[in-house]
Design a protein around this ligand. Structure first.
Ligand SMILES: NC(=O)c1ccc[n+]([C@@H]2O[C@H](COP(=O)([O-])OP(=O)(O)OC[C@H]3O[C@@H](n4cnc5c(N)ncnc54)[C@H](OP(=O)(O)O)[C@@H]3O)[C@@H](O)[C@H]2O)c1
Length: 255
């Protein structure tokens, strides 16, 4: 379905984004890879030489970055059929200890700006696909990781609404909400990982495949893995005060 199209993937230098790049290249989809680590993107581009691959170095915490990325694709004459807003990060630190605005700039601001910029020509063509990466954390506030959970909640709520809003414009909006996934994310997010969370981790290639499959099928939201589907269902049944306490104890290390 995506053969011959062009996908722009943010956060393509590792983890879920890198796996999506590999899987899309395997079906003949051309790529524009975006992240800060240019060497990683260049070596991935060299590996995926069976399709056309462009590399754009951008720090998406810079409020001007989304506009600059869009301008670079325009200047290169590249039409973006598929936008994958995957770049993101989080950390287990209380708001009183560390400034967290940079996380909002990457996880929320740049995602929203890129969505608006690239959806405009998609709507003019009457065709386009947008895959936004949220998290199961979107379903519950996490004391100790409050900003991260809130940022992913934004992504989920935005995506659900735009899925409905843009159906008539021919744009499919899908939100991928992974649970724990084996990538570089955990090492950066936490000092140590609860052994039970470690056991429940999913491989990045399976998570990437679930997201791309859901996008191709036009689904509004996908939560990969039975354990994480069950978690999001359970959260809806429990009182919110219990959910917040449990989330803080297990994921935020908050006492
Ligand atoms: N792994 C998990 O357990 C998990 C669970 C739920 C949701 N997620 C979400 O999945 C997405 C992908 O994460 P991952 O697990 O694949 O982690 P990862 O391996 O750490 O990948 C994160 C990607 O985001 C890019 N990125 C981070 N900050 C950036 C910035 N300022 N500007 C541009 N790019 C930036 C990184 O590239 P550079 O460092 O090269 O810039 C990297 O390519 C994130 O949105 C994350 O929140 C992950």
């Amino acid at each position: 379905m995506f053969s011959g199209k062009t996908a722009l993937i943010t956060g393509a230098s590792s983890g879920i984004g890198e796996q999506m790049a590999r899987q899309l290249a395997a079906v003949g989809c051309n790529l524009i890879l975006v992240a800060r680590r240019t060497e990683r993107l260049d070596s991935l581009a060299a590996e995926l030489a069976s399709v056309t691959v462009d590399v754009i170095t951008a720090d998406l915490s810079d409020p001007q970055a989304a506009e600059a990325v869009f301008a670079q694709t325009q200047a290169a004459g590249r039409q973006v059929d598929i936008l994958i807003n995957n770049a993101g990060f989080g950390f287990q630190k209380p708001l009183l200890a560390v400034d967290q605005l940079g996380m909002v700039d990457v996880n929320v601001r740049s995602l929203l700006a890129l969505t608006q910029l690239f959806a405009t020509p998609m709507a003019e063509r009457g065709e386009g696909w947008i895959l936004n990466v949220a998290s199961v954390s979107a379903w519950f506030p996490i004391p100790g990781m409050a900003t991260y959970a809130a940022s992913k909640s934004f992504v989920l709520t935005l995506g659900r609404a735009l899925h409905e809003e843009w159906t008539s414009a021919g744009i499919t909006v899908t939100t991928l909400a992974p649970g724990g996934t084996r990538t570089e994310f955990s090492g950066k997010a936490r000092d140590s990982l609860d052994p039970n969370l470690e056991k429940a981790m999913m491989p990045a290639d399976a998570v990437a495949a679930a997201g791309l499959r859901a996008l191709a099928r036009g689904k509004p939201v996908v939560v990969p893995g039975r354990q994480y589907k069950a978690l999001t269902a359970l959260v809806r049944l429990l009182p919110m005060s219990t959910v917040v306490r449990l989330a803080g104890a297990v994921m935020g290390r908050h006492r």
